[in-house]
Design a protein around this ligand. Sequence first.
Ligand code: AP5
Length: 220
Amino acid sequence: MIKSEMIFLGPPASGKGTQTERLAKELNLPHIDTGSLLRAEIAANSKEGQTAKGFMDNGQLVPAELVAQIIIKKIFSDDAQNGYILDGFPRSIEQAEILENELNKANKDKSEKRIVIKLDVDEDLLLERIINRRMCKGCGKIYNLKTMPPKIENICDECGGELYQRTDDTKEVAQKRFDTYFTQTAPLVEYYENKGLLVSVDANTTPDKVYQQILNVIGK
Ligand code: AP5
């Protein structure tokens, strides 16, 4: 059976967005990308966005209730009936327990389709990836000036949109994001290992090779 209820774990810039965007298209599953959903709230200047901005600019986790309320709705939407790809949620034990509770209420916590995929990358590569990341203002496609540059400077290959650098992609904020990951998110590794759901993938290699490993572990 193909695993189709997926959680991606990994430090900032480990390649979660790059891999999950491609996987969601190929499997026709919703890509539930917490960071992008929060950035959309900020762009819309909603109440949630205004609250989230301060935390994100500081490399801290946005309060769990705010994030969970956005994500849980997506997991139980009609679009997600055949599965979902969670990119960036949960990010703490507190969030994981909120998710387990909700799945449990819906009798979905024992689903054989569940898997948690951890992307492993050497720490010295992460900062380099962050500083060189650019994103499309139009479609959100992710580029890297060194490893995945656009064909035309500053222009998205897919939609022609302008590329920009995220405000949290500075050395200073990145360091805080790493600290947040290692203190609050990394404990999820043991949490999901204990549930028998965790698999690790070597994400130090090229995007195509990482993708192939992901297809293997989900049974595709
Ligand atoms: P979010 O946007 O999710 O940021 P993140 O987890 O720090 O992850 P990134 O988006 O930085 O990296 P990624 O792993 O997706 O890597 P990517 O594919 O882009 O969250 C931002 C903030 O929102 C958080 O700090 C927090 O404040 C808040 N937030 C989000 N979720 C939350 C939650 N659940 N609870 C509370 N707060 C939350 O790749 C990175 C770069 O590397 C790109 O340039 C890419 O082109 C390149 N690259 C990717 N793969 C490869 C490869 N194999 N080889 C070479 N280059 C590669």
